[in-house]
Design a protein around this ligand. Sequence first.
Ligand code: NAD
Length: 352
Amino acid sequence: KRIPKKILITGGAGFIGSHVVRQFVETYQEYQVYNLDKLTYAGNLENLKDIENAPNYTFIKGDITDSEFITDLFSKTKFDGIIHLAAESHVDRSITDPMAFVKTNVIGTVNLLNASLKLANGNPSFRFYHISTDEVYGTLGETGFFSETTPYSPRSPYSASKASSDHFVRAYGETYGLPYVISNCSNNYGPNQFPEKLIPLFINNILHNKSLPVYGDGNYTRDWLYVMDHAKAIDLIFHKGEKGETYNVGGFNEWKNIDLTRLLCRLMEKKLNREEGSFEKLIIYVQDRPGHDLRYAIDASKIKNELGWSPTVTFEQGLGQTIEWYLTNQDWLNHVTSGEYKEYYKKQYQQL
Ligand code: NAD
C-alpha cells in the first residue's frame, strides 16, 4: 500500500492559508494535509467548512511558539514537507504590539526550523517552504521593481519580523543543509480576508455606511494579487521550485490606494444599484501610518520564466468575485467583526 505524503500547512485557517489548504486537499488526494493553526483573531475554521470532512485533511490546533508541542508533533508525525504561513500579518497591529510579531514570526519560525532538521535528515525529498512578503525589501520610489536580489530593508515591525524569519530559513539552509524554498509576495486580496486589511475593511464599511479611512494623501502604491493565484503559485513553487531558491510573486497590477478605493466604490455602487458617487462620498483622509512605505512593486519574471506561472484573473474580475463573496457571506463578516474587532477598530480609528 502506498503511504500518502504528509504535508503540514501552518496558518491554514487564515486568509491565504485557507486557500492553500483547499488547493492541496482538492488537488492531491494522495496527500494527507495537516493544518496547524492557533486560531487567533485571524484564524477561522469557517474558512474551511466545505472540506473539513475530507478524508485527506486533518486540523491540529496549536501554537508554533510552543517548542515542546512542536517537537512532540514532529516526532509523532513524520511530515514530508512544511508550508509555513502562520504569522501575525497586519502592519498596523505590529506598530502597537511588536513583540507579538517577534514571538510568532521569528521564534515560531525557528521552532519549526529546529523540528524540521530531524525530518530532513532521513528524507531527501523534504522541503521547508516559507511564505513571505515583498515588504522585506523596504520601499520604492516612483520607479523600479523588487527582484529576488534586492537587498533587505524592512521598515515596519511586521516586515522586520518577516525579514528576520527569512534570514533564519536561509541560515538553516547554509548552516545545517535544511532544504528550503522562500517566496515573497505582494498584497493579496480575495475571499476570507479579515476586514482590517484595505479591501475587506472598505467593503465592510461601505455595507455599514461608515467612512473609508485612506492614509495620508492616498498616493501609496501597492501591487495586488488575487489570493487564489497566490495559492496556485505556492503549489507550483512547493513542487517545482529549486531547493535554496527564492521566488517573487506579484500581480503585475499596481494601484494607488486612492484609485483602488474609487474603483471599489464604483464596483460596489454598480453591484448594489446605487447612484454613482454615493460611496465615494464616504472617503476621508486620515493621519498617515508612521513610517509608511510609499510604493511596493514586484518583478515576478523569475517565477514566470522558470516555472511558467502568471496570474489567471484580471483585477476587475478578482475584485468583482471578492465583492460578490463578501456580499453573500455577510454572516462571516458579522461573525468576525463581533468580538475583539470592535475594540481594535475603536483604538485604530479613534478619530473617526
Ligand atoms: P492571516 O493573519 O489571515 O492568517 C494567519 C494565520 O496564522 C491565522 O489563521 C492565525 O490563527 C495563524 N497563527 C497566528 N499565530 C499563530 C501561532 N503562534 N501558531 C499557530 N498559528 C498561528 O495572514 P495571511 O494574510 O493569510 O498571511 C499568511 C502568510 O502570508 C503570512 O506569513 C504573511 O506574512 C504572508 N503574506 C501575506 C500577504 C497578504 O497580502 N496577506 C502577502 C505576502 C505574504
